[in-house]
Design a protein around this ligand. Structure first.
Ligand SMILES: [Zn+2]
Length: 381
């Protein structure tokens, strides 16, 4: 059992706002209202303490992917944990249904063990016009029976399926997912504004990396982006790495949707936390150069090498978001989407002791997950 701790002196982001010289007490795996008498005090003056980050769209990191072995999966999970992601949904990429079903079985075991929070299937039910880094020959129309097969293979651990809802079977698949409590996410789509509204009305609630892999806004054809931004029922994912989005596009999304409807994601691939070089994204070869991942053939951006600590630093330094809005998009909103707000997403008594410590320059200095330090702050080392 981890010892009791009281973190003092830091600026703490609580549900009601930022508290200067705040206190966070931890007992075992949980945050508590008051500290035990035996608790060790850690002075974090000049630092920030924030709830642990939640990533709902992530393909890998540390040189390993969620399409790999159990060892690979743990490697990727651990890499992202050391960058502040205390809750992570593992994303697959387009492949044969049987292979995806087998991988879902493996991922569901790691979800049972509490290593990941569930599975996100990205593809194969996406548009060939907006395929990004997915194998075109493996793409197919959304067939509710096939969607059902995947969520069954995930044994209750399927959290989200990204699909191009304008394709034949798309809207029926959205209904099926909604009935099963799985998030239907609109993405890699060529839908019109009207088709997008239809999918939202059928139960789709997430925009997969808004702006990327979908038609841009036109004044006579506003397309999916306008429909996804204007509807209160939709949460939009954003990849805040400086490559996928112009800062003004990010600002537009925050202006229209507000932080409570934005989830920052990494969409990371193997190279996140690992460095430049050649990698595989599913069956496709990717070259990572200066942190930007592109397909060897065609040059499409192929996921990111982002980690959420960098997304946070960028949000508050370059994008000029408030720390509170950044935390909402990194922790609060994705925790709510996953239906885990009773356990994670904010620093409140009774919740899991998942938290991150940043210094005044927004450099990550500590990560605690369920009461255990993953990254030990220098004050404790
Ligand atoms: Zn992705």
């Amino acid at each position: 059992m981890a010892p009791s701790l009281v973190l003092t002196g830091a600026r703490v982001v609580l549900p009601g706002g930022v508290v200067d010289d705040g206190r966070v007490s931890v007992e075992g795996t949980r945050i508590t209202a008051t500290a035990a008498e035996s608790a060790r005090t850690v002075d974090l003056t000049g630092h920030w303490v924030l709830p642990g980050f939640v990533d709902i769209h992530n393909h890998g990191g540390g040189g390993a992917s969620f399409s790999g072995t159990a060892e690979d999966i743990l490697q990727a999970v651990h890499t992202h944990r050391t960058h502040g992601t205390t809750t992570l949904v593992a994303s697959t990429v387009t492949d044969e249904t049987d292979l995806l079903a087998t991988q879902a079985g493996l991922l569901s075991e790691l979800a049972e063990q509490g290593e990941i929070a569930g599975i996100h299937f990205e593809g194969p039910f996406i548009s060939p016009c907006r395929k990004g880094a997915h194998s075109e020959e493996l793409l197919r129309d959304p067939d509710p029976a096939e969607v059902r097969k995947l969520i069954d293979a995930a044994r209750g651990k399927a959290k989200m399926v990204t699909l191009a809802t304008e394709l034949p079977g798309g809207v029926d698949s959205v209904r099926l997912l909604a009935e099963h409590g799985v998030i239907a996410a609109i993405g890699h789509t060529d839908a019109t504004y009207e088709q997008t509204v239809e999918a939202i009305d059928a139960g789709a609630t997430v925009a997969t990396h808004l702006f990327n892999a979908m038609p841009p806004v036109g004044h006579r054809s506003p397309g999916p982006i306008a429909a996804l931004l204007e509807d209160e029922r939709v949460t939009v994912e954003l990849i805040n790495d400086g490559t996928h989005l112009h800062p003004a596009a990010l600002e537009l999304a925050f202006h229209h949707a507000g932080a409570s409807r934005v989830a920052f994601i990494t969409d990371a691939m193997d190279a996140a936390g690992a460095g430049d070089g050649r990698y595989l994204l599913g069956p496709l070869e990717v070259e990572v150069s200066e942190g930007v991942a592109r397909l060897v053939h065609g040059g499409s951006i192929a996921g990111s090498t982002l980690t959420l600590d960098r997304a946070f630093r960028r949000a508050v330094t370059i994008d000029r978001l408030s720390v509170e809005d950044a935390v909402t998009a990194l922790s609060v909103t994705p925790a709510r989407l996953l239906g885990l707000s009773d356990r994670i997403g904010s620093l409140e008594p009774g919740k899991d002791a998942d938290l991150v410590v940043f210094d005044a320059d927004f450099v990550l200095k500590g990560v605690m997950r369920r009461g255990e330090w993953v990254v030990v702050p220098p004050q404790l080392a």
